[in-house]
Design a protein around this ligand. Structure first.
Ligand SMILES: C[S@@+](CC[C@H](N)C(=O)[O-])C[C@H]1O[C@@H](n2cnc3c(N)ncnc32)[C@H](O)[C@@H]1O
Length: 460
């Protein structure tokens, strides 16, 4: 540690109050200010504001602080419409005007590329947002609990295990909110016991409501700790009577002590086991556990950006790495000679294959494996892709995959990223043989700090 760092650390302590000017927005939606050259993250403070804050935690390189008072308010500050915004961990930017959110997300991408890829003027376009940035989520997945003897369902408070009861949620599609509220009421009326995590007693763990934006079909899944649900016949009857819009009611059994929502066993209680969804020209049959992008409206825009960046002529071999259920590959397949997807999770690959069949796409295949292992293996066998699309988790690309990309050198790499820091670090390495041509942020989750971007890298 350098001597001046010691001095700084000594000069900032938990409980200390300070006045700060907020310079920018951090990747978790906090305001970033500096106190004696140390970074201070202030929850719910906005760029351009002068705030009074109290330090809650001091780390070697930064400190965390709680907003006490806004001294000079940003023009972008708005009143969050959600009544439980302060408690709920779902959104983190409702206090910021939507256009300012979009501008800040672009700025976060630019700053990451400056910092890690050493690009002075990175080619980042304006963030593609939504005309109406509310009601965009097609799935509500709410934990069930008890509060003052009453059944509640909602999300946990950030960094805690306190459940916040959600009577409605503005980022959820109305259809999902209606299903959750009715299910809550019926479960309460029938006295069906709620699962207690600590005691490991009770039945109902999670209510999952999903709506297909393309067809309007809706599905309810009850995740239970036990295979049996007391009064199940009455439960189904009440749900069907009060929620005539449902096409299927499903039970998923998860007896484990785990933070994962779903268990292995899924039982159809009534109706269809899947709902029909459409995205552009593609259609899908979604079972209760099947992954599907949560914001269909923005997903179409995101995938069109991938398509534009890929510049396909019908002659290309395209690799769709980290393909999930294959939706990007299937989006591109009509414009390519062949698409091959790689995905770690076998169930997702099964879904991808089913999705290809369902859409009668016969030039796309999907393979279980690690992208960083399978791509080099294919390269040894002489596979030479023209375009490689990568859509990794937040951790970014594995070094072995970067080496393989630099070795195989496809003409274009299209990088879909949900984490600007790892995106920029990976681009720094790929710049040995690639030029970053464009970066297009797309707002997949308005009012959250989530930043998604599609980047095009072209072989030098
Ligand atoms: C951001 S998601 C991609 C989703 C998909 N492209 C879509 O648009 O729906 C990342 C995916 O990468 C998978 N994954 C994680 N590590 C992997 C690896 N080393 N190789 C292949 N897939 C991996 C995850 O299971 C997950 O499905």
């Amino acid at each position: 540690m350098k001597p001046y760092q010691k001095e700084q650390d000594a000069s900032i302590r938990v409980g200390q109050q300070m006045t700060l000017t907020i310079k920018s927005l951090g990747i978790n939606g906090e305001g970033i200010g500096y106190f004696k050259r140390k970074i201070v993250f202030v929850d719910k403070a906005l760029p351009g504001e002068v705030v009074h804050a109290q330090v809650t935690e001091v780390k070697e390189k930064y400190a965390l602080a709680r907003l006490l008072r806004v001294v000079e308010k940003s023009k972008s500050r708005t009143v969050p419409p959600c009544p439980v915004y302060e408690e709920c961990g779902g959104c983190s930017l409702q206090h910021m005007d939507y256009q300012a959110q979009l501008a800040s997300k672009k700025e976060i991408v630019i700053e990451s590329l400056r910092k890690y890829a050493r690009l002075d003027n990175p080619p980042v376009a304006d963030t593609i947002g939504m005309d109406n940035p509310w009601g965009y989520r097609n799935k509500a997945q709410f934990q069930v609990g008890k509060q003052d003897g009453k059944l509640i369902a909602g999300l946990y408070q950030t960094g805690s295990h306190n459940l916040v009861n959600l009577e409605g949620c503005q980022v959820q599609h109305d259809a999902t909110s209606q299903i959750v509220q009715a299910a809550k009421q019926i479960l309460e009326e029938l006295g069906i016991p709620v699962y207690d995590e600590r005691k490991r007693t009770g039945v109902i763990r999670t209510i999952v409501a999903r709506v297909a934006f393309g067809t309007g079909e809706t599905q309810l899944t009850l995740v239970t700790a036990t295979p049996d649900i007391p009064r199940v016949k009455e439960l189904i009857l009440e749900l069907r009577t009060r929620l005539p819009q449902l096409v299927g009611i499903t039970q998923n059994v998860n007896a484990q002590k785990t933070s994962l929502v779903f268990g292995d066993k899924t039982i159809s209680l009534w109706g269809k086991p899947t709902i029909a969804e459409k995205l552009g020209d593609l259609s899908f049959a979604l079972s209760a556990r099947a992954f599907f992008q949560l914001n269909p409206e923005q997903t179409k825009k995101l995938y069109d950006q991938v398509k534009n960046a890929a510049q396909l002529t019908g002659k290309e071999l395209v690799l769709d790495l980290y393909c999930g259920t294959g939706t990007i590959g299937l989006w591109l397949a009509p414009y390519a000679r062949e698409v091959r997807g790689i995905e770690l999770i076998p169930e997702a690959v099964e879904d991808a294959k089913r999705n290809a069949e369902h859409n009668q796409i016969d030039n796309a295949s999907f393979h279980v494996g690690r992208a960083e292992q399978l791509m080099p293996k294919w390269a040894k066998q002489g596979v030479r892709p023209d375009v490689v699309v990568v859509d990794p988790p937040r951790t970014g690309l594995d070094n072995a995959l970067i080496r393989s990309l630099l070795d195989v050198t496809p003409a274009r790499i299209v990088y879909v990223s949900c984490n600007p820091s790892t995106l920029a670090k990976d681009i720094a390495k790929l710049q040995a043989k690639y030029k970053l041509v464009s970066v297009q942020p797309v707002d997949m989750f308005p009012h959250t700090s989530h930043v998604e971007a599609v980047s095009l890298l072209v072989k030098k």
